[in-house]
Design a binder for this molecule. Sequence first.
Ligand code: A3D
Length: 320
Amino acid sequence: MARKKIALIGAGMIGGTLAHLAAKKEMGDIVLFDIAEGIPQGKALDLSQCGPIEGFDARITGTNDYKDIAGADVVIVTAGVPRKPGMSRDDLLGINLKVMKAVGDGIKANAPDAFVICITNPLDAMVWALREFSGLPHEKVVGMAGVLDSARFATFLAWEFGVSVRDVNAFVLGGHGDTMVPVTSYTTISGIPVNDLAKIRGIAPEKLDEIVKRTRGGGGEIVALLKTGSAYYAPATSAIAMAEAYLGDQKRILPCAAYVDGKYGLDGLYVGVPAVIGAGGIEDIVEIELSDEEKSNLKVSTDAVVELLDACKAMDESLK
Ligand code: A3D
């Protein structure tokens, strides 16, 4: 069987980490694309030289030419500008919208059959714009946010409860921003609802509220510490899990920014929902029952996404 081809658009902090992870896992041959000359080529060379030590044969190349992504099975997009301290994800909107136009055109012309995972912020708006510009089917374009946000939630819960992260199944819905909705009612530790285990362990509800708040601000906490950019190890790891689910037809249910048209009362929007990822891309969206409070939190979150989409449409005539 021919090797799979993974194209990474953006060879910055997340792009380089994605390339390393994909190579270590022998997911296929990797093409790193960036507009900055020398960066993708240099990173590709450096990463290739990990091969003899780590024992991978994946071929890693760097390029500034979209033609080199031709025939890619998976495309992961991180091209754009990351947040700096004091900058909201939304401040990035104007800059990264133009980048999505260039990337969408490049994918449309060279890799129209790929499964495309967008990571560029502001996520829910950028994945929507990337889909519009690329013209790919909605089920083949998805945004990475929920896997990361749920992993952050799970990490903080595991620390608080003093349990293995492997036993925490945490759940976050909604847009990728400060209004995201960590859903404690669907979060379990070894199958035990987290609220029940909190009672058993004597963990106060206020402590869980603090964890929810920390999860919502999880990206900003790292930006404030790094000062020159945003998180990249866990974002890259999250997107790799989604790519593996697609390439392996795993039918995993992962929270991702998927296109929702009808379910959750939404009308043609990319937003964080539990989605089944398999060989068909996003094969299904699972609509779970929510409490009134969770519903109203989700509404706040999706309203924020709609506001961003309106701003995108105002900035680019072709999106109307
Ligand atoms: P960074 O290290 O700056 O890499 C971005 C790369 O994109 C740079 O190498 C640029 O040269 C390149 N680039 C800029 N314009 C273009 C273009 N038109 N075509 C191709 N490449 C281009 O950033 P990063 O890797 O740390 O982050 C990448 C993106 O991911 C940013 O938008 C972040 O805000 C976002 N991000 C999202 C999450 C989510 O959970 C959704 C988490 C962390 C970061």
